[in-house]
Design a protein. Structure first.
Length: 580
């Protein structure tokens, strides 16, 4: 008995030692994926712009991870004058400490000329559609790529092939001009999007000069396709439909299979993903059509101007597909916003279900969001903004250094009545709590304006319990939730319901429930890049110092300083902790 115990201790001790030691990432270390970030003039939709690129293009290369398996991704910052990070959008609960890619929240950014090795292990059950993007400045407008987590089990839906359809925005101003304008005391708007692109491609008008083309999505007659839609837009909330193909069947939202929902259109906000099944027309059906190419029609919603752009669904044809002609008049009706689209109706595919009931909720956090103009024009959460320059060092670093007292922060947050600590600008939560988080839209202080905000959560996905106009009313929403099965997701829309109300008047809410199970520093923010730059971001801590540090008692000093020894460069191989 005693010897077995001793062997047990020995094995345990050895395991701790191995886990705790640093591994030299020299030439013998092979990352699973390599991404190189640069900045240069780059042309899209026949327009040129100085842009941040991943592996020389926008979008960057598509990545594939496998559920249950560790992926190491080496990200090089080949820029001379900007930091970078890479964020694994939707997968953050499965990232190693310091690997979530949030600058000044979970890590120091990667300095110019350096690289960082990210470690991600998607949990089994999270196969689905994701994307990656830089979380610094306005980079994510171009510095992003599709990220698919492959399943080890067959998908619950059958399809022949899949296609990725990722949406992004084109702005004529550079990242620097946009950020300078938005943060200036002389506030200057970025301007509206100049083009909504599909897989980085687009064309605004037939007369555009240059070789730019509409994106072509090729399909073969009779086959069933899984179309994976990715909302990688900076700003645009897009309605999308396909000419002569009005039955789309939604099967996935934000990495989770859903029960099938038939629809003729999708609404995709920045940060959201959907998979739909599309049954391609048969040869005989095609014979009744005037053409073997059909337009995807994309319309922006909720902005002062409506932009309609196109891509092409292309069947094999003896003539070449025309990717230059843009329809003079849109073939489909120009879409309007559907408030509450999919809310209370879409259900999770798998019944293994951990939805927290209202009785289980231990704390309700109401986050009032509004815009105010003082010295600068800012978006505020309960009166406070959060920008990358607010903390002096990343929260996670401070937790390991012992300089951030989360117990004290938690006490201040509870005392405030809002769950918010205005000294650290944190929403701290303790393990085991069950939070209900309500985003409450309110009119701007100067003119009562309201906007749509797609709110995104890092960490484990929340259960979306819906949204509505006016002020959140718990009793009424509980009534609406009866008999429904809310889905887990990571980005959902706080609608505005109108363009204008009166200053600070409630105008729409969105509510989430989440069990505090995953210790860490998790940002929750609007995914519109302009709004983020203007302060529309919050940081939650889940767990106290002990819970968070339990994942990596002594991670190595190299994580704790900007450009520390876990950040490699051309002449230096870093020593890196293997957390998983
Ligand atoms: C990115 O580019 C680097 C070299 O420039 C290459 O080694 C790597 O394989 C590329 N990554 C992907 C995912 O294609
Ligand atoms: C890069 O990040 C460091 C640490 O946060 C910061 O001090 C520095 O100003 C940043 N550099 C640029 C160019 O933004
Ligand atoms: C404010 O910015 C606008 C646009 O960049 C510029 O035209 C204007 O001159 C600026 N005004 C001041 C007072 O700096
Ligand atoms: C294309 O035509 C439209 C409408 O005639 C015009 O407004 C636009 O300036 C033209 N664009 C180019 C690039 O020539
Ligand atoms: C959108 O709203 C406008 C104005 O109310 C209306 O004319 C149009 O038909 C609507 N479009 C659709 C697709 O419902
Ligand atoms: C708006 O900003 C002004 C000027 O800084 C300030 O006095 C006021 O309290 C702010 N109001 C709100 C509701 O944020
Ligand atoms: C925080 O409070 C918990 C009890 O709520 C305690 O166990 C823990 O030691 C405290 N941590 C620190 C760093 O004070
Ligand atoms: C935090 O809020 C309290 C109570 O409203 C206020 O007295 C204090 O000045 C605020 N502190 C900061 C740093 O904003
Ligand atoms: C919430 O709705 C219920 C039922 O409609 C109503 O009785 C109650 O007054 C509302 N609560 C608030 C705070 O408005
Ligand atoms: C590379 O990293 C090493 C170790 O951090 C550092 O001493 C050296 O100055 C770095 N080289 C460059 C060019 O930054
Ligand atoms: Cu927003």
């Amino acid at each position: 008995m005693r010897s077995i115990l001793r062997i047990g201790y020995l094995v345990l001790g050895l395991a701790t030692a191995i886990q705790g030691s640093l591994v030299l990432h020299d030439d013998s270390f092979q990352p699973d994926h390599i991404l190189r970030v640069t900045a240069r003039d780059y042309t899209q939709a026949c327009m040129e712009r100085y842009s941040v690129l991943v592996n020389g293009s926008s979008p960057g290369p598509e990545l594939r991870f496998q559920e249950g398996k560790v992926s190491w991704i080496r990200v090089y910052n080949d820029m001379e004058d900007s930091n970078v990070t890479m964020h694994w959008h939707g997968l953050t609960a499965f990232t190693a400490p310091f690997s979530d890619g949030t600058p000044l929240a979970s890590q120091w950014p990667i300095p110019p000329g350096h690289f960082f090795d990210y470690e991600v292990r998607p949990e089994v059950g999270y196969a689905g559609t994701y994307f990656y993007h830089s979380h610094v400045s306005f980079h994510a407008v171009t510095a992003w790529g599709a990220l698919i987590v492959d399943s080890i089990e067959p998908a619950p839906y059958e399809y022949d092939e899949e296609r990725i359809i990722a949406l992004s925005d084109f702005f004529t101003k550079t990242d620097e001009e946009i950020v300078d304008g938005l943060t200036s005391t002389n506030f200057t708007w970025s301007g509206e999007t100049s083009a909504v692109l599909v897989n980085g491609q687009g064309r605004l008008a037939t007369n555009a000069t240059g070789s730019c083309k509409l994106a072509a999505i090729s399909v073969e007659p009779g086959k069933t396709y899984r179309l994976r839609f990715i909302g990688a837009t900076a700003l645009s909330f897009v309605s999308l439909s396909i000419e002569s193909h009005d039955v789309l069947e939604i099967i996935e939202a934000d990495g989770h299979y859903t029960k099938p929902v038939k629809t003729s259109y999708l609404q995709i906000a920045s940060g959201q993903r959907y998979s739909v099944l599309l049954r391609a027309k048969s040869e005989s059906e095609l014979r009744n059509e005037k053409s073997r190419q059909f337009y995807f029609q994309l319309t922006t919603m909720g902005r002062p101007t409506v932009l309609t752009t196109f891509a092409v669904l292309e069947y094999p044809s003896s003539t070449t597909t025309d990717l230059i002609t843009v329809p003079a008049t849109p073939p489909l009706p120009v879409a309007n916003i559907t408030y509450g689209w999919l809310d209370y109706t879409v259900e999770p595919y798998y019944p293994d279900y951990d939805f927290p009931t209202v009785e289980e909720v231990t704390r309700r956090i109401i986050i009032n969001v509004h815009q105010n103009v003082s010295e600068r024009t800012v978006w505020l959460q309960n009166g406070y903004d959060w920008v990358q320059t607010f903390p002096k060092s990343p929260y996670l670093v401070d937790i390991y250094e012992g300089t951030l007292d989360l117990n004290a922060s938690y006490k201040r947050a509870i005392d405030s009545g809002y769950g918010f600590d205005n000294q650290t600008r944190l929403f701290p939560a303790k393990m085991g709590e069950v939070l209900e988080i309500v985003w409450q839209n309110r009119g701007t202080v100067d003119n009562g304006g309201v906007e749509n905000h797609p709110f995104h959560a890092h960490g484990r996905h929340f259960y979306d319990i819906g949204g509505g106009d006016g002020l959140y009313n718990l009793t009424e929403n509980e009534e609406r939730l009866k008999g429904t099965h809310p889905i887990p997701r990571d980005t959902s829309m706080l609608y505005a319901y109108r363009k204008e109300t009166t200053a600070l008047a409630p105008s729409g809410w969105r509510a989430w429930r989440i069990r505090v199970t995953d210790a860490g520093v998790w940002m929750m923010h609007c995914h519109v890049l302009q709004h983020m730059v203007m302060g529309m971001q919050t940081v939650f801590t889940f767990g106290d110092q002990t819970d968070i540090k339990a994942q990596a008692r002594t991670p190595g000093r190299g994580y704790l300083t900007y450009g520390g020894s876990v950040y490699g460069n051309a002449t230096y191989s870093p020593s890196v902790r293997h957390f998983f």
